[in-house]
Design a protein around this ligand. Structure first.
Ligand SMILES: [Zn+2]
Ligand SMILES: [Zn+2]
Length: 284
């Protein structure tokens, strides 16, 4: 009985060896598939492996405000992009063109009285350049040109005028590094020499763009013939990386505590309250 078991074991192992010899598909060598981030070098026929997986090669500038941590080899991503400063602070931003925002500000002649201005961002134009306005092209950038228009038509403004809002230009993503407070230069179309205006750097999809420009046009105010409606408006000209969606124009009402905080040296983004309107300029 004992011998029978031995014979059985021997014959089973002989059969196994014979099978391996005749059916090894990789006798003539494995068919290697190179190692990847997650798999070692592997034979596509028998599944044999050699070495270890390469591991991901994370792009050094990721994560950034647009991209999550990203592997340069396989494009796998991990986590989320960095959180924008405005989002981190929970500051609301408006994005809708031609939407009307009512902002209450003191009257000019009698600051104990207030008037309601109806503001809207309007007339977005996108251009590479505009010779008539003196807006120069730059490779990889575009100009966004739009109007901030305010309509006053109440009793108080007719009698006492308006003080309006203080505008601040900022960056939605990286506010502290880009345009915390006074982004922008006054601009007279066709007259201001662009060589003399300030530049700032935006990072967009990993690349730095150092030739960004933010220009505030002059205000123009005009009453209608009946003296019942005053339209106050100005144009804003921004040169940013093509497609960039992170410029913010904040409107801070005159008479607001926010302006006192700014005078005391606080950062704009740390001072904004819910009477301010923050408009995020998203090109469409
Ligand atoms: Zn093989
Ligand atoms: Zn990878």
């Amino acid at each position: 009985m004992k011998r029978l078991i031995w014979i059985t074991i021997i014959s089973v192992s002989m059969i196994a060896t014979l099978t391996a010899c005749t059916k090894d598909p990789c006798n003539a060598g494995h068919t290697w598939v190179e190692a990847t981030c997650t798999e070692p070098k592997t034979c596509s026929v028998c599944g044999a492996t050699e070495g270890t997986a390469l591991g991901h090669d994370w792009l050094e500038n990721t994560p950034n405000y647009q991209q999550a941590k990203t592997c340069s080899r396989c494009n796998e991503t991990q986590g989320d992009p960095l959180e924008a400063e405005f989002a981190k602070k929970g500051l609301p931003v408006e994005t809708e063109w031609d939407k009307e925002f009512t902002i209450t500000t003191p009257c000019y002649n009698d600051e104990s009285k207030t008037t309601n201005g109806k503001y809207k961002f309007s007339n977005l134009r996108r251009a590479d350049s505009d010779d008539a306005l003196g807006l120069e092209a730059a490779q990889g950038y575009e100009w966004l040109i739009f109007d901030l228009i305010c309509r006053y038509d109440d009793e108080n403004v007719r009698k006492n005028g308006f003080t309006g809002v203080f505008n601040a230009g900022m960056d939605y993503y990286d506010t502290y590094n880009v345009g915390n407070s006074d982004l922008g230069t006054m601009f007279e179309p066709g007259k201001t020499d662009l060589e003399t205006v300030d530049r700032f750097t935006l990072n967009w999809n990993v690349k730095d763009y150092p030739e960004c420009i933010f220009l505030w046009g002059e205000y123009t105010d005009g009453w209608n013939a009946e003296g019942t409606v005053c339209i106050s408006q100005h144009t804003i000209y921004i040169r940013i990386p093509t497609g960039y969606d992170g410029m913010v124009v904040s409107m801070i009402p005159n008479g607001s505590d926010v302006l006192d905080k700014l005078d005391a040296g606080e950062m704009v983004i740390d001072s904004l309250d819910d009477e301010c309107v923050n408009f995020r300029v998203i090109p469409e």
